[in-house]
Unconditional design. Sequence first.
Length: 271
Amino acid sequence: MAFRGWKRLLLVARQNALAKAWRSRKGGPVLRWKRCCHWSAGKSLDPEVRAFLEENTEVTSSGHLTPEIRLRLLTPRCRFWREKPDLWPYGDPFWAIYWPGGQALSRYILDNPCVVKGRSVLDLGSGCGATAIAAVMSGASQVLANDIDPIAGMAMILNCELNHLNPFPITIKNIINSEAGKWDLIFLGDMFYDEQLADSLHHWLRTCIKIQQTQVLIGDPGRHQFLSHSIRSQLHKVTEYSLPEYTRQENNGLTSSSVWSYQPSSSSESC
């Protein structure tokens, strides 16, 4: 099966299994080894998993909005571009695709380092970790990456190594609807793919802003589920990027991706 079969599978899954996992307080899908709830700098990876990820992904920095960042992704030269998706031995590899909302956020951070410099950052639904990496590169004082998939956490550590960075802390659990943390900034990209999840995000992010005065930036290429949600009326578009041709082909012809501020009374950041 060609990789576009993977893309269809992952896009469908984002609207059912993974969305249910995010909505649940239990976290993500069960994997074939003991789950790890938190990684920090110096945490070693399972050698078997490391070897599998290194063998079945390609290091690339092309075809995306952030050539400064090197990532391990699924590409046409990878075995699982051609293999049947059900032969992949772990949870669905959402982290192995650099989604356009995350690309826009990462590009914005790299272009505007003053947005994060000296500030604490939570990257929600971090996936491959590109946005968290961009925050570290741009001088954030503290970065926590969050995802419900332990394999995403392992991939983030590998991606930190590729970019000559010490791994940032990574938490592997569903933190939506948990107590609002004391973060200066929360980033989230490509998370509005399910109405119930979007409702939970809307409520939780609003609480974070109210209690902690957190600034929230959202990356999204303009999917219907995002533009049609009630949160849209409370957002201000900060910037929009034209997507590279490779990313357009990967995402059913989407041509651009934007960064939105969930603080509509504030003007867009500039440096």
